[in-house]
Ligand binder design. Structure first.
Ligand code: UD1
Ligand code: CA
Length: 503
């Protein structure tokens, strides 16, 4: 953060705050999203769309007002929860257009220049706003706004900027009745107004004949007609993309995702198949880490140096310490994996689990709300839930900690240097002492003392030559019936079946 502020200082951006305030338009109905949610709360690389703009402005330290309306409680709460500094909110009760949204903020106009931004443009950069501001001040303009050159026919819903001699106006796409109208210069939705211009002219915005809305863009037409000074600043079209549909959201997220992945590549992170990986905005990755195809890294995950994340794994709010290997198709969520540990393939580590150093968690192992000590192993087909495993302990294949009795979740404690045989059920609450053994197939219901061997399974009986006896008595039919199951009911009362099942 300090570096960011320093870089702003170098560019002179910090000086803006004295004569500038910002307004974000975020009340719109998001009708083109067709989701019944506010598009401004849709996440792009893990962060809500509206926060891209509010955080950009908080970097400038300008006083900010957000116009809210549709789903306003949720939008307001999201902004408040993510900002320490005070932000004003204005309620636009009816969504009568962007010009009307600006009118609603009039009582908050205090500074000489008022920066207005659409809330649905998450890719805008500090440089873009800086360029606009500098031009506005240098040219002593009444209105300055950002334009972009667009040749993509898919992006045809933007306001069209039309310049003829000294006159400049914006025609909204919906209102454009010109045949074969040329519209390669588009309006970005970022405006800088002199406050006195706004005060005198805001009420002159007239309703669109097509939509009945009051457009903020009408102010450019008014200014130009009245001979006020209107300036434009150019930006790349990708930076000013406005998000009105789920398709546009997808396109913007692809751009952001590529930006994030390139950022980490420049810092020594290898992506084997970058085009199908996803990394959220607040993830941190150290150099020397290798990320396989289809890996998704979400939330505030941190990955230390020299880790290897194999294909199709998902890391969500995970902490991976140095040298960890996550093998393919593994999920780690809200959990920590200690140095040099190996997890997966097909493992699921979640709910505040701490896997310590040099641990091996193998395939089809689920670990939930547990701690696994240094050098311990659970390599095959296990569930460890609400469990504390000490150091150097081996959990045999197929072991289950039975942590839930239908009412309570209870803990299993397995101490250091323990050997849990294969296919054990450890019925919690239960403690297995240091250096203890349990026999394969055991159902452990009682605590096991240090150094003990617990065997908790039915003893095996071998009946010598029993099969021969059956054959001798010509009982093949029964054997077949048992094998085929179909005739078992017919045999229930028969003497032969008794012979098979008794003793
Ligand atoms: C707007 C511009 C268009 C520009 C484009 C850039 C207008 C009339 N048109 O069109 O020239 O090319 O942005 O992306 O401004 N909002 C409110 N209250 C309302 C209506 C909208 O607060 O009554 C908010 C929305 O939540 C949104 C922003 O204003 O964040 C822009 O509204 P939107 O409907 O997305 O405008 P566009 O049609 O994209
Ligand atoms: Ca828009």
């Amino acid at each position: 953060m300090l570096d960011f502020l320093k870089s702003l200082l170098n560019k002179g951006l910090i000086k803006m705050k004295n004569n500038l305030q910002a307004i974000i338009l975020a009340a719109g109905k998001s009708s083109r999203f067709k989701t019944n949610h506010s598009k401004l709360l849709e996440k792009i690389c893990g962060q809500e769309m509206i926060l891209y703009i509010t955080k950009l402005l908080s970097g400038f330290e300008v006083q900010t007002t957000v116009v809210v309306g549709y789903k306003r409680e949720l939008v307001e709460a999201t902004v408040k929860n993510n900002h320490a500094e005070p932000i004003n909110f204005v309620h636009q009760e009816q969504q009568l257009g962007t010009g009307h949204a600006l009118m609603c903020t009039q009582t908050f106009w205090e500074r000489d220049h008022i920066l207005v931004l659409n809330g649905d443009m998450p890719l805008v950069t500090a440089d873009c706003i800086d360029t606009l501001y500098k031009k506005h001040i240098a040219q002593n303009a009444d209105i300055s706004f950002v334009v972009a050159h667009n040749i993509d026919p898919d992006l045809n819903s933007y306001g069209r900027v039309i310049q003829e001699g000294s006159s400049i106006k914006i025609i909204e796409a919906k209102d454009d009745t010109r045949e074969n109208s040329e519209h390669c210069c588009i309006n970005a939705g970022i405006y800088l107004f002199r406050k006195d211009f706004l005060e005198k002219n805001i009420n002159e915005i007239s309703k669109s004949k097509v939509t009945g809305e009051l457009y903020i863009t009408d102010l450019i037409n008014i200014a130009s007609k009245k001979g006020f000074k209107v300036e434009t600043a150019s930006a790349q079209v990708d930076i000013i993309r406005g998000i009105n549909t789920l398709k546009e959201l997808w396109a913007a997220e692809q751009i952001k995702r590529a930006e994030i992945i390139k950022h980490w590549m420049e810092r020594g992170v290898r992506f084997a198949f970058a085009q199908n990986c996803h990394v959220d905005l607040n993830v941190k990755i150290e150099p020397g880490t290798n990320i396989g195809a289809g890996v998704q890294v979400y939330g505030t995950t941190t990955i230390d140096a020299n880790c290897k994340i194999e294909a199709f794994s998902i890391l969500d709010n995970a902490i991976l310490q140095e040298g960890v290997t996550i093998r393919s198709h593994t999920i780690v969520k809200n959990s920590t994996i200690g140095k040099n540990s190996n997890v997966g393939p097909f493992a699921h580590i979640h709910t505040n689990t701490i896997v310590k150093e040099n641990v091996a968690i193998g395939n089809f192992v689920e670990v939930k709300n547990s701690e696994i000590g240094d050098h311990s192993k659970a390599k095959h087909l296990s569930f460890l839930g609400d469990t504390q495993v000490g150091a150097n302990t081996n959990i045999g294949a197929g072991t289950i900690t039975c942590n839930y009795n239908g009412i309570l979740k209870q803990r299993t404690i397995i101490k250091d240097n323990v050997f849990i045989g294969s296919n054990n059920c450890l019925i919690a609450p239960v403690t297995i002492g240091n250096n203890a053994f349990t026999a394969a197939g055991s159902v452990i219901t009682e605590n096991v003392p240090d150094y003990a061997l617990a065997i908790a399974r039915a003893g095996q009986i071998n009946k010598e030559d029993y099969a021969k006896k059956l054959l001798d008595k010509n009982k093949q039919n029964i054997v077949f019936a048992v094998r085929d199951e179909v005739a078992i009911e017919d045999l229930v009362n028969s003497e032969e079946l008794d012979t098979l099942s008794s003793e």
